[in-house]
Write a protein that binds this ligand. Structure first.
Ligand code: 3HB
Length: 326
């Protein structure tokens, strides 16, 4: 049994105003939620990704230990000897599959070479996520093929598939950023008993199933994947944004509750009031006030919560929510 009462270690994270000074913090990575996206680079000594998601805030990943930054091909990264942050962009193209596979291959090659083979949390921001690619295949499905091929290739050399987000943007291109750890990181990847594991979705949702777990528990932190109104493998409450918000919140509550943690050998248990650094993705801007009103009832008034107006990975999903619990 993993004890969820251990002191916080590993990677710290915060939402803060864009441009907040790094100060004397050890920063592993900075993701700026902005109107336009930029190729990831080292800026002010920090791996920085500017993503076209709107929002007007930055997500900063920090360490208690000194960090070393680097650039490897098109990847930028920082490491502290225990944990690593890495980011890449894939430029807009007709078909993503091969380039996504190569980007993931390069990332897995980097993290294994540097000694961080445990993948802990991944974010995939996919421009035009529910549009068709040049072959008429939905871009999310195209993306999932390349990612699944890379995970297949690296099975046994990198850790198991972790929590993730796969979400639309307000621009083109695909942005990846992720957290990884040394072999002793021992992440526990969680599933939701009411949802089919995404990596077992039937092929009606695409040629290759999405590669992600519903949550990952590591370093006393529970990373909750992008979660939506899906029961089993099916979207429920079609066309009903409040209904979808309700199902999504219930899915997260079940995922992070004591019963499900216990099932995965993690002690403790959480409620929606424990969730922090919450991102609420809403497909239609006009729905944001309604979704926000419901979320404010569910989350702590002290939680950082942002609302982003982007597409979700299925055309019938109106809302998706992710967050962390420490
Ligand atoms: C993903 O493909 O990584 C993903 C997609 C989602 C939610 C979470 C993860 O819609």
């Amino acid at each position: 049994t993993v004890d969820s009462a251990v002191p916080v270690r590993g990677i710290g994270s915060a939402f803060e105003p864009v441009g907040t000074d790094v100060g004397d913090r050890n920063v592993l990575g900075r993701v700026v939620f902005s109107d336009l996206g930029v190729q990831p680079a080292i800026a002010d000594g920090v791996p920085t990704v500017i993503v076209p998601m709107g929002g007007g805030f930055q997500e900063v990943f920090t360490s208690e230990r000194p960090v070393r930054t680097g650039v490897d091909g098109r990847l930028v990264y920082a490491e502290d000897g225990e944990r690593l942050f890495c980011a890449a962009r894939i430029d807009r193209r007709g078909v993503y599959r091969d380039t996504v596979r190569i980007a993931y291959d390069s990332a897995f090659e980097l993290i294994t070479r540097l000694g961080y083979p445990q993948v802990l949390r991944m974010w995939n921001l996919v421009g035009g996520i529910i549009d068709d690619n040049a072959d008429g295949l939905e871009i999310y499905r195209d993306f999932c093929i390349g990612r699944a091929e890379a995970f297949d290739t690296w099975a046994g050399r990198v850790g198991r598939i972790p929590a993730a987000t796969g979400i639309g943007t307000r621009g083109q291109d695909v942005y990846l950023y992720f957290l990884a750890g040394t072999p002793d990181a021992e992440p526990v990847h969680l599933e939701n008993p009411h949802q089919t594991p995404a990596y077992e979705y039937p092929d009606e949702y695409g040629p290759k199933s999405p590669s992600f777990a519903r949550a990952t528990y590591v370093d006393g932190t529970l990373y909750v994947s992008g979660t939506a109104s899906i029961i089993g493998d099916e979207t429920v409450r079609h066309g009903d944004v409040l209904g979808q918000t309700e199902v999504t919140l219930a899915n997260i509550a079940d995922l992070i509750g004591a019963e499900n943690l216990d099932r995965h050998g993690v002690s403790g248990g959480f409620t929606l009031a424990d969730l922090d650094q919450v991102k609420v993705y809403v497909r239609d801007a006009a729905d944001i006030p309604l979704v926000k009103a419901r979320c404010e009832e569910a989350f702590s008034p002290d939680a950082d919560v942002v609302y982003l107006n982007v597409d979700v990975c299925r055309p019938d999903l109106l809302v998706e929510i992710e967050g962390i619990v420490r």
